[in-house]
Design a protein around this ligand. Sequence first.
Ligand code: PMP
Ligand code: GLN
Length: 382
Amino acid sequence: MFTSNRLEPFGVTIFTEMSDLARRHGAINLGQGFPDWDGADFVKEAAVNATLAGGHDQYPPSPGIPELRQAIAERYGPLLGRELEPTTEVTVTSGCTEALAASALGLVNPGDEVVLIEPYYDAYPADVALAGGVARHVTLRPPEFSLPIDELAEVIHPGTRALLFNNPHNPTGRVFSRDELRAIADLCIRNDVIVISDEVYEEMVYDDAEHLRLATIDGMWERTLTLSSLGKTFSLTGWKLGWAIGPEHLTRALRSAHQFLTFTTPTPVQHGAVAALGAPTSFYEQMRLGYESKRDLLANGLRDLGFDVHLPSGTYFMMTDHPGEGDDRQFCFDLIESAGVVAIPPSVFYSDPKRGASMVRFAFCKGEATLHEALNRLAAVL
Ligand code: PMP
Ligand code: GLN
């Protein structure tokens, strides 16, 4: 056995497993969350132009090029309701994935308790394990996936080091309410808990849902690291460019790990990100409307096929009950063989896989023709 004891239990991630199967079977991939279209040209041109102009081929500063930290500070200052200091409060990372790992490694001591809200993005328990922390769990339950505050209050105590929070929430699509955020804030303040708030789906909210940033709740700025990335909002998941925003003491902790994990993030991509963050409001609005209609297309189609859909208010994922006889993994493997459609079995997102066994997660960040074709294929076998 060569893999460390810390990582052995996590095996190969479900996203690698399912996307490999999709490629091998020539199946439609509604599993791993990435768009089947390209990112915007104005962003790519900025990266290319900066590269060809020269002078951008060597290590940039570890926390990110000053222009990008400034652009992040300018965009998020108004959103977080405060003036951000780019030199001490903004750090550029290699995707939100690196920001999550750097947060855990920089803030969590071996043996520290970290609260995870399940179902969770699969990197979360692995990051806690990398840091030697101990995960404690609170479960969101269908159909609403609302936060069970009483259960959170039972798990959080003065010895808790951190809460790893995700809003809008993958995989449930839940967008948490102001009351839920206030309750989290009260518990974290009372017990002196740090929050790592992963908000990568911040721009994907539908109907009358509103994304509220945890760091804007009274008393939370001092104890919150807000993480996001270019990947989701700008359809650039392959660029792996993320950022972390927070007060100087938390930023310092994150950077202490970031400097040894990657040291920095590729320079050309950082120049592209400066252009991306300058996008007009209409860019965000169009993206939101596009996803909302894809959500409705897939949700209506799945309902017509007899799926019990938990309509998401945010993200580009949809959880449904599945009609299979066996568990979620069985259902997903059968679906690849019979229909040539890949979905994600959500049991991997729970500490106890049984909790996810009756559901399946579909991604709707795919072209309408792809979604129609997937529905046709499902209709032929269900
Ligand atoms: N957080 C969540 C909740 C995600 O779903 C993802 C998706 N990959 C990430 C973080 C990772 O973001 P990035 O691709 O920027 O590393
Ligand atoms: N976050 C993406 C999802 O949930 C996948 C990220 C990854 O492939 N690691 O589908």
